[in-house]
Design a protein around this ligand. Structure first.
Ligand code: MGD
Ligand code: MGD
Ligand code: SF4
Ligand code: MO
Length: 717
């Protein structure tokens, strides 16, 4: 019996709705959901092929235990793995206290799984060392929006794209990273809208723009202050809006004097004529959307740059109106859900924080735990967390849905930490990954086509996914593993959920009266009425666009204009490390490739790693296209293959993040990247590190190594 099931794409934060056809056992076909407001039936190559990633030899089908680092893993019954995880955590909890236990979660888990893991950590084990890969991703935008608006979460909706007449992309290569959203933007450009892209590389996004500004890495704050300086000169400041709805204009107004076009063009390494043209294009149109992602967030000044982006909109009154506003694009499919449930080391459900006594008390009430249970100090952020493991302070880490041995900066240090962990629990859907090599306990997870649950996308839209096929072997949804380990530790009460729907109900209740109120949402409503945007409060109205009335959830009810002076972008070229390495994505691969690496047509299109380098730099180094190169920083050395290409700026080299240790020794750019972090958001500056590139030896061009297969015994399972 064939049937169609509504689900959604497990890849990017666009959050495309999918319809999967199944015979009950296999995924027969996947297509875009014509009614879903994120994609109206469209899908990109990754979403369209996701059905092929489910039943592959590299799935982790059974639980495994490994006695110590270096020993071979043994397949064990699920109950034995739960026992081992529970006993290990109990031993460490009793002998070293909660501070010795950490969780590292993911924006690729369902809201339900994120919620229960966060609750278990902060409300039962009483450790706030519960962070997530969103720290590497959305932290700068989240902290920046909270400072500017009083709340995280973008104010905009995808429907604004069709209403906009100008677009600014800052550090976003949406054509590759958010392809379906960018398709909509492109249609508007074809209809006459103008588009400016600031990126050190001429990306597919830049190529589709009206104007590309090839800014120097880390110079965006200067650019944004410079644009607002020119808007002011053009008489585009909306005084009425500024007076009625913002605080801080006087300081910002004074700061802008220091950003005349000549200085800004010099800071950014761009032509002053282009700067002027960009300002004109963006000033002359009322309906401006500004998109930003990792080129902003993954810098030492990501929070400040977010503030500066918001300033552009507040100061010109282009916010809370159709077709206008700052639009932070979410990376992972459910990083927004993770922020909603408060899965960062300083946050709690409902956009609350651990440092606020009222917030703690409210969440303790929802969780049914005694007053004073939640600790008041923020836990370690991702970088600090693995540092604490390295120092031996944190002894147990439970990783769910991330691959930190590939995706964290400064990998030599992270690997050392993982080797030292006394108990590493890795809950993943695939095997091997770079991280499973270090795991003592491996718990097999269901993937999204195998379970019920919700994701929340970039426009704050919550979509329900329904199980399409059963998970293989002993794999099960993430929340069930957490529940079962909690029960085995004696924390049954308060954690004994029977369904994802029941967890969602509790989560929804926790948001009542908060900026991200979605207390009237539940699985049944989402099944009957389709995906919904928050706010979705029980008595009030849901809103497609936030802040339409100009009132903000701050103490004064006004938004804050922050005067953010350009700060030192961190690493600069030196004689020893004369080039700047930036890192990022390609259209057909997803992160560490556990999924996309199994799909032939995606690998055909994006077959292998490379180091993009400008012809002038390559000539100076004697590097030719296809040469093996070493990319060295003070921290470590990555090895790649040179792609000589004038689409990157001179002085800036680029490596995609998708090919890591399983592909080839030292293949990951994170061998070299810096783990220095933004002081406000603690997000590492993955986009900018000083490196030296040198040729290793000529190799045949076009060499492609296959994804390593699972161990033969596992492949047969
Ligand atoms: N195909 C695909 N899509 C994805 C993902 C994937 O793995 N594959 N991952 C998803 C996730 S989790 C995320 S976070 C998003 C990321 O989405 P994006 O942020 O759009 O992707 P990146 O390639 O990481 O970086 C974007 C651009 O930032 C530029 N950049 C680097 N430094 C600077 C700078 O200082 N200033 C400016 N203005 N630009 C700079 C880079 O050249 C790069 O083109 O993509 C999501 N979508
Ligand atoms: N140099 C550099 N480093 C970066 C970045 C960069 O731009 N440059 N980007 C950073 C960003 S923005 C991000 S988001 C991170 C991403 O980094 P990671 O989170 O490490 O990337 P993934 O490969 O997506 O890892 C997800 C893991 O979860 C598994 N998985 C998939 N679905 C499920 C599930 O439902 N349940 C469970 N339990 N497991 C599942 C996958 O098999 C995979 O092993 O990388 C960061 N690292
Ligand atoms: S745009 Fe993103 S969400 Fe949509 S199909 Fe592609 S990867 Fe999936
Ligand atoms: Mo991300």
């Amino acid at each position: 019996m064939r049937r169609d099931v509504h689900t959604l794409c497990p890849y990017c934060g666009v959050g495309c709705g999918l319809i999967a056809t199944t015979d009950g056992e296999r995924v027969l076909r996947v297509r875009g959901d014509p009614k879903h407001p994120a994609n109206f039936g469209r899908v990109c190559p990754k979403g369209g092929s996701v059905g092929q990633t489910v039943n592959v030899p590299t799935r982790l089908r059974h639980a495994m235990l490994r006695e110590r680092f270096g020993a071979g893993p043994q397949i064990v019954p699920a109950a034995a793995a739960v026992r081992a995880a529970a006993d290990g955590l109990r031993r460490i909890l009793d002998s070293h206290g909660p501070g010795a236990i950490a969780f590292y979660l993911s924006g690729q888990l369902t809201t339900e799984s994120q919620y229960i893991a966060n609750k278990f950590a902060k409300g039962f084990l009483r450790t706030n060392h519960c962070d997530s890969n969103s720290r590497l991703c959305m932290s700068g935008a989240a902290v920046g929006m909270k400072l500017s608006f009083g709340s995280d979460g973008p104010p905009t909706a995808y429907a604004d794209i069709e209403l906009a007449d100008a677009f600014l992309f800052v550090g976003s290569n949406a054509a590759d990273a958010h392809p379906i959203t960018f398709e909509r933007v492109k249609k508007q450009i074809e209809k006459g809208a103008k588009c400016v892209v600031a990126d050190p590389r001429r990306t597919a996004t830049a190529a589709a723009a009206t104007l590309h500004l090839p800014v120097r890495p880390g110079s965006d704050l200067s650019l944004l202050n410079g644009l607002l300086h020119l808007f002011r000169a053009f008489g585009k400041i909306d005084r009425a809006y500024v007076n009625a709805h913002t605080d801080g204009w006087a300081e910002l107004d004074a700061l802008l004097n220091a950003y005349p076009p000549a200085r800004v063009a010099a800071d950014c390494g761009i032509d002053p004529v282009d700067l002027h043209a960009a300002a004109r294009l963006l000033a002359d149109r009322d309906k401006l959307l500004t998109f930003w992602t990792m080129g902003v967030n993954q810098t030492l000044q990501g929070t400040f740059t977010t503030n500066a982006i918001v300033n552009l909109h507040l100061a010109t009154g282009r916010i809370g109106k159709p077709g206008a506003g700052p639009f932070s694009l979410t990376g992972q499919p459910n990083a927004m859900g993770g922020r909603d449930v408060g899965y960062m080391s300083h946050t709690l459900p409902g956009y609350r924080t651990v440092v606020d006594p009222n917030d703690r008390a409210a969440v303790e009430g929802v969780w049914g735990v005694p007053p004073g249970t939640i600790r008041p100090e923020p836990g370690h952020d991702a970088v600090q967390l693995f540092d604490a493991v390295d120092r031996g302070e944190i002894k147990a880490v439970w990783v769910i849905g991330s691959n930190p041995a590939a995706s964290m900066p400064n990998l030599p240090k992270v690997r050392r930490a993982l080797e030292r962990a006394e108990l590493l629990i890795v809950q993943d859907a695939y095997y091997p990954t770079e991280t499973t090599r270090y795991a003592h306990v491996m718990l097999p997870a269901a993937v999204n086509l195998e379970m019920d649950g919700t994701f929340c996308n970039s426009e704050r839209r919550v979509t329900l996914m329904r199980q399409v096929v059963p998970p293989p072997g002993d794999a099960k949804p993430d929340w069930q593993w957490v529940r079962d380990v909690a029960a085995a530790m004696g924390f049954g009460r308060g954690m004994a959920y029977e369904s994802a729907a029941a967890i969602f109900d509790e989560f929804a209740r926790s948001t009542a009266g908060r900026p991200n109120d979605q207390s009237a949402l539940h699985h049944k409503l989402l099944a009957e009425r389709g995906p919904q945007q928050w706010p979705f409060p029980s008595m009030g109205r849901s809103a497609e666009r936030r802040y339409a009335d100009g009132s903000y959830p701050t103490a004064t009810g006004r938004a804050r204009l922050w005067a953010r002076d350009a700060v030192d972008p961190g690493e600069r070229p030196t004689p020893e490390f004369p080039l700047l390495l930036t890192t990022g994505r390609t259209l057909n691969q997803w992160h560490t490739r556990t999924k996309t690496g199994t799909v032939a047509q995606l690998n055909d299109r994006d077959p292998g790693p490379y180091l993009q380098i400008h012809p002038d730099d390559a000539a100076e180094l004697g590097v030719a296209d296809g040469d093996d190169v070493d990319v060295a920083s003070g921290r470590g050395t990555a090895r790649s293959v040179a792609r000589v290409d004038a689409d990157t700026s001179p002085g800036v080299v680029f490596m995609p993040i998708h090919w890591n240790e399983l592909w080839g020794r030292a293949a990951s750019p994170n061998e070299a990247t810096t783990d220095a972090t933004d002081p406000l958001s603690q997000q590492p500056a993955l986009k900018c590190c000083a490196v030296r590139v040198s040729k290793v030896g000529a190799t045949p061009p076009g060499r492609v190594r296959p994804m390593p297969a699972a161990e033969p015994a596992l492949a047969a399972m």
